[in-house]
Every structure is written in structure tokens, then in C-alpha cells.
Ligand binder design. Structure first.
Ligand code: RIB
Ligand code: CA
Length: 317
């Protein structure tokens, strides 16, 4: 029985790989994709999500979520993802009608016969708004798997202490971490181990279909400034590691810890603050520390190659 998931996303180069991986994997059923402003503005992330859904032949609804953080000015990362969010790669414009994002989140969770896993790979504004506007519905969420935050000496990329998704809307992140739904946090301390280049996806690169062509372009155009790796090691695939952890939990190793989000610190706003001493409250989060990188790379290569073959054959994902 596939696990029902909703992907909340700011596509986004690494978001695109994560959505492709989800579409390619029988372990999950994508109930919906909801866009949020982040890597680029909502006027890009929402159409990008719709265009990806078209490319992958997904029948699930796509939502247009928050255009800005709860209370702060928006922060974008075009220097990493390009002005269009896909490093300049152009997909055909979708004709889908997008639903309002937060009501779509609520509807999908309420209609699902099985508890839903939310995979949040962008700023957490939509998720926080769901918790504020539909608290009973939000409590039905089985788990929120977040690409965000950091730990140990790998805390930040937006600032030295804050990871981008959390930094963009720390107030939303603080609400989400405090809400009480189980969380898995896949932060930079894990994702910076998950380096992927074209050389790690040989079967996909040889496949040559629409997914392969897009991934080849994305991997070549992704300049994550905080972790500028050489071509030999590839680039940190933040979002697809978080998604992979849903498909195959053994890809990461976690510790159950109390995590809060700083939203007032002069130098630490956006920091995921981890209590390793167990003094601030019951653990609320499974924090990823270890990554089986070869297992992750093999999953990506295998699943995206299978996906590409289906797209070449004219079938959906
Ligand atoms: O810090 C990396 C995260 O920020 C990823 O989700 C990337 O897509 C950006 O949203
Ligand atoms: Ca993202």
C-alpha cells in the first residue's frame, strides 16, 4: 500500500529531482503538490510545479501557496536556481488550474483515508498557515519530513547559522516545530553528504529521455554557493534526500531530539536549535545525521532511469 504524501515545494532545481523521484517511486502516492515562494517567487514556483506535474504525467492537483513569509520580507535564491528556478531550463507552460495552496493541503489531508506524510522541501509558510487555519486537520498529519535546518558544524547556507528554508520564514518554522506533529528533519549536516553529479547517474544519463535531459541540465546549472563542490563530487541534493528518506528510511540515520527554531536572534535567526542535553522539553524531531550516500545515489539512478523510460514510451510517471 503506497504511503500518501503531499509535497510542499519551491521548485527549484533540487525540488525538481525530489518530485521526479516521488513520481517514479511505488512506495508513495502523491496526493498533491503545493508551491510556496522560496528559491524564486510564487509567480515562478507555482507554474514550475504545474509544468513538472505535466512533464511527469501526474494527475494530482497542484496548489499555489504563500507568496511571502508570514510576517517578513521575502528572500529568494536566483543565484543558486536561476531566475526561472530551473537554471534556465524551460518546460512547456502548463494549462492547469491551480488551487489555493493551503485549502488544498487541508482538503487532501481531510479526504485521505490514510494518514498523510507531508514532505516539506521549501520554506514552511504553507504548513504553518495550515496549522493556524485548520489545526484539527493539521493534527491528522502522520509526519512532516522537512528538508531544512542544520546541526553540528553544518548549520547554515543562507547565513552561517541558518539554512535557507528555515531562514526565509523562521516564524513559520518555529510554529511547525512546536505544533506537535512528528517531524523528521533532514538538514544541511545530512544533505551536504548527499553529493550527486551526472557521473553518479550513469543509467539515467544514458537513457536520454525528457527526465534525463532535464536532470542533466539541472545538475550542471546548480550552484549552491555555500557548498560549491567541484564537478568530481557533484552538488548537494537537499530535497531529493529528504524525499528518499520517505521511500527508504534506512538511507538516513536519525536521533530523536528536541528542536526549536530561533526567530529573534541577532545572528541566529533561522537557526534550528537542538537540545542535545534533553533539558528543554520532550524530543519532537528525528534529526538526520548519517547518510548512506551510495544507497541514495543508486536509488536516484535506478528510479529516475525507470521514470525516463516510461516517459520515453509515452506513459506517465
Ligand atoms: O537549503 C536548501 C534548501 O533551500 C532546498 O530546499 C533548496 O531547494 C532551497 O529551497
Ligand atoms: Ca526546495
Amino acid at each position: 500500500m503506497p504511503r500518501p504524501i503531499i509535497i510542499d515545494t519551491d521548485p527549484g532545481i533540487d525540488d525538481a529531482l525530489a518530485i521526479m523521484l516521488a513520481a517514479a517511486s511505488p512506495e508513495v502516492e502523491i496526493l498533491g503538490i503545493v508551491a510556496v515562494a522560496g528559491n524564486v517567487g510564487i509567480e515562478r514556483t507555482a507554474p514550475n510545479a504545474a509544468a513538472l506535474a505535466d512533464l511527469l504525467g501526474l494527475e494530482c492537483p497542484v496548489g499555489r501557496g504563500a507568496a511571502a513569509p508570514l510576517w517578513r520580507e521575502a528572500t529568494y535564491a536566483p543565484q543558486v536556481h536561476g531566475e526561472n528556478g530551473f537554471g534556465g531550463y524551460e518546460l512547456p507552460v502548463s494549462n492547469r488550474t491551480l488551487e489555493p495552496g493551503v485549502p488544498l493541503l487541508a482538503r487532501l489531508i481531510e479526504e485521505s483515508a490514510e494518514p498523510v506524510t507531508v514532505v516539506a522541501i521549501g520554506p514552511l509558510t504553507n504548513i504553518a498557515m495550515l496549522m493556524v487555519e485548520h489545526p484539527k486537520t493539521a493534527r491528522r498529519i502522520e509526519r512532516i519530513v522537512i528538508m531544512g535546518g542544520g546541526a553540528l558544524r553544518d548549520q547554515g547556507n543562507a547565513t552561517p547559522t541558518a539554512e535557507f528554508n528555515i531562514f526565509v520564514d523562521p516564524d513559520a518554522a518555529a510554529k511547525v516545530f512546536a505544533f506537535g506533529v512528528p517531524i523528521t528533519m533532514v538538514g544541511l549536516n545530512a544533505t551536504h553528504q548527499a553529493l550527486v553529479g551526472a557521473q553518479h547517474l550513469p543509467d539515467l544519463m544514458a537513457s536520454g529521455g525528457p527526465a534525463a535531459r532535464m536532470v542533466a541540465h539541472l545538475l550542471g546549472s546548480y550552484s549552491d554557493d555555500a557548498n560549491a563542490e567541484t564537478a568530481e563530487t557533484g552538488m548537494a541534493q537537499h530535497d531529493s534526500l529528504a524525499l528518499a528518506a520517505v521511500l527508504d528510511p534506512a538511507i538516513i540515520t536519525t536521533e530523536h531530539l528536541f528542536v526549536d527554531v530561533e526567530n529573534t536572534g541577532r545572528r541566529t535567526t533561522g537557526m534550528t536549535v537542538i537540545d542535545y542535553l534533553g533539558r528543554w522539553g520532550a524530543p519532537n524531531c528525528d534529526v538526520a545525521f548519517g547518510v548512506d550516500v551510495e544507497r541514495f545515489r543508486a536509488l536516484l539512478n535506478t528510479r529516475l532511469t525507470e521514470l525516463d523510460a516510461r516517459l520515453v514510451a509515452g506513459a506517465g510517471a
